[in-house]
Design a protein around this ligand. Structure first.
Ligand code: UD1
Length: 456
């Protein structure tokens, strides 16, 4: 996905949101299952010999994409409210063209490899999409799959994989604790012959929830200390019933929106345990929150206490560090802090593209290739602009904004809501609907003054 393929001039009229800024967001929103778990849980259903049921599924485009991918592989998928039924009993191979319909829209196809190799002996991956926030290679995935015994062949249409001798357990160490590559190893190892030991694994809450799902299906997975995961392969897995853990990225987005617009938002479903690092940052900036841990109606209220926000030095990291997807909404809030803040992005090399639009709105943000304010990371040695210095507070003014990717897109919306005047935000349907369910209804419910342009 390119950040320039839908400019303000070429985007359809419908793909624009008009935002009249300057109104504090006030009220309640509900977050449902995490985008970063739900799509993987759907892939896991492929491994079962019986149907699976996933609850708290958000109405987002990534779910539609994976639904399409499962259906072309013979899985019967039905959505009833927010409950997804997936019957994989008739899994079959799909043609390159059928799969390619879903190419370029998501990075999930790569995760179908292990399950399809187990079920069918072969798999095909089209060109991958996802947000344009760095090179986003799949070398760890393919390398691990080769170790498991897969044969990987690339041609102009994509990547073809086969497992002529089946798949066997491996001892593998990831160069970096990649979320996707950890999931790849889990989804492949659970039915590989023998035991797999994965070192330097990612341990994000969404991964632990995926492990819970696989365990319900019959897998044997041990999470040891020091990022070591051990998986004992089994011959058969059955379907699962599971409620997806809530989306901590969406929850943090609403929290940051409350802070940046000087409002107060109760995020129903937000869970303290998964958001501890974010909550610490929110409090150090000067934001206020209160946790209500009622199992059904609970959540976290986030608000601006009315006093000046404080500058902070932060760096993103793998869990339990500050999540890279929290970085953009926090940076918008930091434009309102009183002094110099630093954000060092250590997970992706190119995740500050969105700040040029914030600068056009009056934010004072400079990018550096040095590893500022924290530990040296792998991007500093390679000259990527991956540290930001934010000087606040800046009075933000309205602008026409082009969304470059999903998380940055929501941050543009937050900035437009915090700014004075009327902004036009382009690319909302293309990007924000990938990960934020009913975001317009939610914004309207919080009192945001937004509208679609009138079409003739
Ligand atoms: C997932 C999340 C995304 C989040 C990211 C990091 C989903 C759908 N997306 O993305 O929201 O920002 O985790 O928390 O769950 N890398 C390689 N080679 C590989 C794989 C990854 O070099 O084969 C690098 C990436 O370029 C990146 C880093 O590892 O620099 C982390 O990527 P990874 O954790 O794999 O992200 P995703 O799983 O794609």
């Amino acid at each position: 996905m390119s950040s320039t393929d839908a400019t303000p001039e070429t985007a359809s009229r419908e793909d624009v949101l008009i935002v009249h800024g300057g109104t504090p967001l006030e009220g309640d929103v509900t977050v449902r299952g995490a985008k970063n778990l739900v799509s993987k849980a759907m892939v896991a259903a492929l491994l079962g010999t019986s149907p699976s049921v996933l609850r708290s599924v958000p109405a987002i485009r990534d779910v539609e994409v994976v639904t399409g991918l499962l259906r072309v592989h013979g899985v019967d998928v039905e959505l009833d409210g927010d409950t997804l039924y997936m019957d994989p009993t008739s899994v079959e191979s799909a043609g390159v063209e059928e799969i390619n319909v879903h190419a370029g829209t998501s990075r999930i196809p790569i995760l179908l490899c292990g399950p399809l190799l187990h079920r069918l002996g072969r798999a095909f991956i089209p060109d991958l999409g996802g947000c344009n926030i760095g090179g986003r290679p799949i070398d760890f995935h393919l390398d691990a799959l080769r170790e498991f015994g897969a044969v990987v062949e690339k041609d102009a249409s994509g990547t073809h994989l086969s497992a002529p001798n089946g798949l066997h357990g491996i001892r593998y160490e990831l160069e970096f604790p990649s979320v996707g590559a950890t999931e790849q190893v889990l989804l492949t190892a659970v039915m590989a012959k023998g035991t797999t030991e994965l070192r330097n694994a990612a341990i994000e809450p969404e991964i632990i929830d995926l492990i819970c799902i696989l365990q319900k299906m019959g897998a044997i997975i041990k999470v040891h200390t020091n990022r070591v995961i051990e998986i004992v392969g089994v011959d058969e897995l059955k379907g699962y019933r599971h409620r997806a853990l809530p989306d901590r990225i969406e929850a943090a987005s609403w929290a940051s929106a409350a802070l940046a617009t000087e409002g107060s938002v109760f995020v129903r479903g937000a869970q303290q345990a998964d958001m501890m690092t974010f909550l610490n940052v929110f409090r150090s900036i000067g934001g206020a929150y209160e946790v209500d841990d009622d199992p059904v109606e609970g959540g976290i209220r986030f608000w601006h206490p009315g006093t000046a926000l404080k500058p902070v030095a932060l760096e993103t990291d793998v869990h339990p560090g500050l999540m890279t997807d929290w970085q953009q909404p926090i940076v918008v809030a930091l434009t309102q802090a009183d002094g110099l803040s630093i954000m060092h992005e250590t997970v992706y090399e190119n995740r500050f593209g969105y700040t040029s639009e914030l600068r056009r709105m009056g934010a004072n943000i400079e990018l550096y290739s040095d590893c500022l304010g924290g530990t040296p990371c792998r991007w500093g040695r390679r000259n990527f602009l991956h540290s930001a210095v934010i000087a606040g507070p800046s009075k933000l003014h309205a602008a026409d904004l082009q969304i470059p990717d999903l998380r940055a897109g929501f941050s543009h919306l937050i900035a437009a809501m915090a700014a004075e005047g009327t902004s036009r935000v382009y690319g909302v349907d293309r990007y924000i609907t990938r990960g934020y369910e009913n975001f317009e209804e939610k914004l309207l419910g919080l009192g945001a003054k937004i509208e679609r342009p009138v079409t003739k």
